[in-house]
Ligand binder design. Structure first.
Ligand SMILES: Nc1nc2c(ncn2[C@@H]2O[C@H](COP(=O)(O)OP(=O)(O)OP(=O)(O)O)[C@@H](O)[C@H]2O)c(=O)[nH]1
Ligand SMILES: [Mg+2]
Length: 377
């Protein structure tokens, strides 16, 4: 195996250059160096990238083909979803408020319902729940009205109806817990700026303050200027250890030296879900650990459902996602994303972050909490 080293100021340019010269490459390692200078902010960064040409072995070809098949399958799923949802889903987002009642009437299944059930479906759609999901949710809490021979709610209140339905249709993780002496590793993954670092520390506080556990934080974020500064401040407030791991080997070493900790939280660098290469890089760094990792995927409530599902599908093709953690619900008027993503993905829901304050702006997701968000309580 021959290793080639590229040096320059921009890592992406170096990677491109290596690909142009060598074709299919494997990145072995990269390092960042700051040129000496008097003022730290004006010091120029220099990257050194170590790559090797991927051998065109049978194994590599199979791996490549498998990746292509996976991508095609995910495209097929997207296509099928879009085709089946076309009639009802497309109308909703662009409908002016005064016409919303008419939209509800336009859902074919609405004919099955009467009374409060119709009203509740209407409320859910206004809060961003997809029409077909709104119908399914409400149907789960309905009985047959003898007079009209249509379905109506069999509960006293909307809240009860929703809680019953969510218990049947959604999965919840409950509070993240760990046991003393049985180390748990949780990695926070998700798109850039979604709130990974901020919310990792809300969870760290829960472990430290509420559960009295020994917690450590490792960041793989070495790219963003000041990326680890935020983490350093929080870890010093919580008085817990903080480490930076730039590659697989370093991360493995750090984790091996932290066997006395009950919980290790790993903050990853934010990546576009379209950036397969970077997602693969995170997978490689975390993939060297012998212990199992709980992968928490953060999703902003500002995304629409299609975008959120695209993110879920991309990330789950790289990591076995154990829960969805929603953020920025305080900035969204459509909390329906919580149930759309929960039902479509089948992944358990964990928390929702309700603002920027650490550690207080966080809520554990449960049927009660989601129904409060949807009913505006
Ligand atoms: N309004 C609001 N802002 C939030 C919430 N969660 C995080 N933020 C803010 O979103 C911004 C980005 O948060 P970070 O925690 O740095 O996001 P990140 O995912 O770690 O970002 P990268 O590391 O760059 O990928 C910060 O200004 C946070 O204060 C939330 O629930 N509501
Ligand atoms: Mg971050």
């Amino acid at each position: 195996m021959s290793v080639k080293i590229y040096e320059g100021k921009d890592l992406d340019v170096l990677i491109e250059k290596a690909k142009n010269e060598l074709g299919d490459i494997e990145i072995l390692y990269y390092e960042v160096e700051k040129a000496p200078g008097i003022l730290p902010f004006f010091r120029k960064k220099k990257y050194r990238l170590f790559v090797t040409k991927k051998e065109n072995t049978e194994e590599n070809r199979v791996e490549h083909l498998e990746e292509e098949i996976k991508e095609l399958k995910s495209l097929l799923v997207d296509l099928k979803e879009n085709v089946t949802k076309l009639p009802s889903q497309q109308i909703v987002p662009s409908v002016p408020e005064h016409l919303e009642e008419k939209v509800v009437c336009a859902i074919p299944q609405i004919e099955e319902f009467t009374g409060d059930a119709v009203e509740l479906i209407n409320i859910l759609i206004k809060k961003g729940v997809e029409p077909s999901i709104a119908v399914d949710i409400v149907r789960a809490s309905c009985g047959l009205d003898i007079e009209t021979e249509k379905l109506d709610l069999n509960t006293g209140t909307f809240k009860e109806a929703l809680i019953n339905a969510f218990k049947k249709k959604l999965k919840f993780t409950g509070e993240f817990t760990a046991e003393k002496g049985k180390q748990k590793i949780i990695a926070f993954v998700g798109p850039t700026g979604v709130g990974k670092t901020t919310n990792l520390f809300k969870i760290a506080s829960k472990f430290v303050i509420d559960q009295d556990l020994n917690v450590g934080v490792i960041s793989t974020d070495t790219f963003k200027v000041g990326g680890t500064q935020q983490a350093r401040i929080y870890t010093s407030i919580l008085n817990i250890p903080f480490f930076i791991a730039t590659d697989q080997k370093k991360l493995k070493e750090i984790v091996e030296n932290l066997s006395e900790l009950d919980v290790i939280l790993i903050d990853t660098v934010g990546r576009s879900h379209y950036d397969y290469f970077r997602l693969g890089e995170i997978k490689t760094i975390l993939g060297g650990l012998n212990s199992s990792i709980d992968y928490v995927l953060l999703i902003s409530c500002n995304y629409d459902t299609k975008e959120a599902m695209e993110i879920v599908n991309r990330y789950r093709s790289f990591f076995p996602i154990s829960s969805l953690f929603f953020t920025k619900i305080d900035e969204s008027s459509k909390p329906g994303i919580l149930i759309n993503a929960g039902i479509k993905s089948g992944i358990p829901l964990s928390y929702v972050s309700t603002g920027q304050r650490v550690p207080e702006d966080i809520k554990l997701l449960s049927p009660f909490v989601i129904s409060d968000f949807l009913l505006g309580a």
